[in-house]
Design a protein around this ligand. Structure first.
Ligand code: UDP
Length: 505
């Protein structure tokens, strides 16, 4: 059934990885807060991850429902209940998860037909939702998990192939046709961009289905990347709406804490620790939901943090096992150099979070003064909202592109200097940066040089613009309003077409 009168019915189908699911759920909640009827299609285990937040929205009177379906994990060889990339922590397992999600097609098609929403917002990673939406006759909006800068960079690298006319992996090239001079090396490009491989066909399909959709929904705001938002629409001809930073829908502490996985620290322990630190003095270190380092790299990071003397919160992930390591139990995967934890606890310099951190809650605290990040798009946006400068340490996916936005366009951070893109969580992905290199970069961002002070000023200013963007009358708010109007217009033109066709019959 379609929605009545003036209210639109938007259906959301998030991809099952934190960096995709969390912003899509935030977006769905923004639609509901704007008065739309919202249905989120979600699998059983993932529903548990978002239930509390959605229940609270319902209590606030928002029209938002979960449509819970089961995922055939075991059919593709995954353990039962493994329904999210965080519990499928290797590239091989995440490919199986991708296939399990593809097996949902008949169920999703039935939901589209039964509920017949006005639009379906689905992740770019599920291009097949476009085919189903077309069959059922509803508009598909593609959620692009990154920003305009990344989208433009990727389009122009694919179009002009500047990396093919240079001699070596380490020589820099400029990406042609962009508003700024953006420099990269071939070694920083994802494998799939450098040469055709088994994923190339899928990659082409993703780009094509994005273009053929009703439009593309971006978690970004105009003031962050105006030249690239314009370039995307006017030069690349992609219809897009930007409604971010979407994490800002989480205004209450409880929503910030409940966002994503179950946190490994209580909000009180976190806030109490931060409350004792000076404003803008603490460095926050987190490498997103998937990155793993080996023992050697973890040791170098620990050394640099301690030697810097700056207070820090470090979200320590599980250590990546190499062929030299024997781990007898899970505990050992949460490895740190001997004595490190006791020392930094005793002197109060650091807080370690082993597992999942309430990232948005931490970044929003006034004590945070810098963010050492792997450059996942959500982390970049959340750091921008917090108004802090970055230390950039990209590893895989489109993280090197995001790094260039921060360091070459916005001038908001200093690179740790990782030069080589590698698939995540494989032994091949080991990136070794020396403790002294890390230390030097930390000091460049957290110190009081003129450059650091200027970077802080720019970050603060952009943070204010980010918060403003989602307020009534401002850029992201206006784009969400425009999108909802576009969906209404689409509904009207569809029903006019039906009337015309029945008249002609
Ligand atoms: N995140 C979090 N706590 C953690 C790790 C990650 O809340 O301990 C959140 C973070 O706030 C962000 C998302 O998970 O919203 C990670 O997305 P991002 O695009 O930064 O990186 P990815 O995990 O996709 O590589």
């Amino acid at each position: 059934m379609g929605s009545d009168g003036n209210q639109i019915h938007a259906m959301f189908f998030p991809y099952m990885a934190p960096g995709h699911m969390m912003p899509m759920v935030d977006m769905a909640r923004m639609f509901a807060a704007f008065g739309a009827k919202v249905t989120i299609i979600i699998t059983t285990m993932n529903a548990l991850r978002i239930k509390n937040v959605i229940d609270r929205d319902v209590k606030l009177g928002r029209d938002i429902t979960l449509e819970i379906i089961s995922l055939p994990s075991t059919e593709v060889g995954l353990p039962e209940g493994c329904e999210n990339v965080v519990s499928a922590p290797t590239p091989e397992m995440s490919i199986k998860l991708f296939h399990a999600i593809e097996l949902l097609q008949p169920k999703i098609k039935k939901l589209f037909s039964d509920l017949h929403p006005d639009c379906i917002v689905s992740d770019s990673l599920c291009p097949w939702t476009l085919d189903i939406a077309n069959e059922v006759g509803i508009a598909r909006i593609a959620f692009n998990g990154s920003g305009f800068f990344n989208l433009c960079l990727l389009e122009n690298i694919t179009l002009y192939e500047p990396h093919k006319s240079i001699e070596s992996e380490t020589e820099t090239f400029v990406v042609p046709g962009l508003p700024h001079e953006v420099k990269l090396t071939r070694s920083q490009l994802p494998d799939i961009v450098k040469a055709k491989n088994k994923f190339s066909e899928l990659f082409d399909k993703l780009r094509e289905s994005q273009r053929k959709s009703f439009g593309v929904l971006m978690n970004s705001f105009y003031e962050l990347e105006p030249g690239y938002a314009d370039h995307c629409r006017n030069v690349l001809g992609i219809k897009a709406w930007h409604i971010g930073p979407v994490s800002l829908i989480n205004r209450d502490t409880v929503d910030k804490v409940d966002r994503g996985e179950k946190t490994s620290i209580s909000k009180h322990d976190c806030i109490n620790w931060l409350d004792c630190k000076k404003p803008r003095s603490v460095l926050y270190i987190c490498f997103g939901s998937l990155t793993r380092f080996n023992k050697k790299q973890t040791t170098e990071i620990a050394y640099a943090l301690e030697a810097s003397g700056h207070p820090f919160i470090w979200v320590v992930g599980k250590v990546l096992k190499t062929s030299n390591d024997e781990f007898e139990d899970e505990e050992q995967e949460l490895w740190l150099p001997q004595g490190f934890e006791d020392k930094i606890k005793e002197n109060g310099q650091g807080l370690l979070i082993r597992g999942w951190a309430p990232q948005v809650l931490i970044l929003d605290h006034e004590a945070i003064g810098g963010f050492l990040t792997h450059c996942g798009w959500n982390s970049i946006l959340e750091g921008v909202v917090a108004g802090v400068p970055f230390i950039t340490w990209p590893i895989f996916a489109e993280q090197f592109y995001n790094e260039k936005l921060v360091t070459q366009v916005l001038n908001l951070g200093v690179s740790i200097g990782n030069e080589v893109w590698k698939a995540w969580a494989t032994e091949d992905s080991l990136v070794i940066k020396s403790g002294d290199d890390i230390l030097m970069t930390i000091n460049a961002v957290m110190g009081d040089t003129e450059e650091a002070i200027d970077m802080n000023k720019r970050a603060k200013k952009l943070g204010e613009l980010a918060k403003k963007a989602v307020e009534e009358g401002h850029s992201s708010y206006n784009d969400l309003k425009r999108l909802i109007e576009d969906i209404k217009m689409h509904r009207i033109s569809k029903s006019n077409a039906v009337i015309e066709n029945s008249g002609n019959a």
